[in-house]
Unconditional design. Structure first.
Length: 219
């Protein structure tokens, strides 16, 4: 077997071992440390500058984008956490993918959360990608899916994706760092911002407008 063939076989075996984690639980029967509550909603809205009246008063609901906030375990973590996710990350570390960066998340909202709701959740390792090459380096994208429940009902789904990668070797600058022109960061394009960037390519400035209150929402 050639050197290239040996490397390809090793890579295929690593991917097989990584994908064996797909479908395994990352957390089972997790429980939020606090019920949905008004102080946390108020802090969130103040931080976001969100004055929507739906988040205050006797009929208040929690902002949908707080979905993940109720499931965070803090420094002490959560009960119900499985070892599968840690084992997966350890396997990637052993393969040289020692760096990590969060890439994106997707949320689906099915039921509003209200003060007093007790939140429970289950998380699963949904997918592990083949090796990908990025500007940061080469590695694997790992996606977990969390199903969030309130009162026994599915309230929403949260998908979170990271890249575990081996950092790319940095090229020495061809000129002094002080003379290197900084590059602009690439925009992150997702379902919420796709329309805006499609418009930019057509030399149009498109801004969302709420059909109820006519407020402009710039992604």
């Amino acid at each position: 077997m050639t050197v290239d063939g040996t490397a390809a076989a090793a890579e295929a075996e690593l991917l097989r071992r990584l994908r064996a984690f797909e479908g395994r639980p990352a957390a089972t029967a997790g429980r939020a440390k606090d019920p949905v509550n008004e102080p946390m909603i108020r802090h969130w809205c103040e931080a976001m500058g969100d004055t929507n009246p739906a988040y205050t008063g006797p009929e208040a609901i929690a902002p949908p984008t707080m979905l993940q906030a109720w499931t965070m375990g803090g420094l002490s973590g959560h009960t119900g956490r499985s070892t599968a996710y840690d084992e997966l990350l350890a396997l990637l570390d052993g393969a040289g993918c020692t760096s990590v960066v969060a890439t994106d998340c997707e949320q689906e909202y099915l039921r509003p959360l209200r003060p007093g709701d007790t939140v429970t959740f289950d998380a699963v390792i949904e997918s592990v990608s083949p090796r990908k090459t990025t500007k940061l380096g080469t590695g694997h994208f790992v996606t977990t899916r969390m199903d969030v429940h309130a009162g026994g009902e599915l309230a929403g789904t949260h998908r979170f994706r990271i890249l575990k990668y081996a950092p790319a070797a940095r090229r020495p600058p061809s000129q002094p760092e002080s003379a290197v022109k900084p590059q602009r960061p690439r925009p992150v394009i997702n379902r919420d911002t796709q329309g805006f960037w499609d418009g930019i390519r057509e030399h149009k400035l498109l801004i969302q407008r709420c059909t109820a209150c006519a407020t402009l929402r710039f992604p």
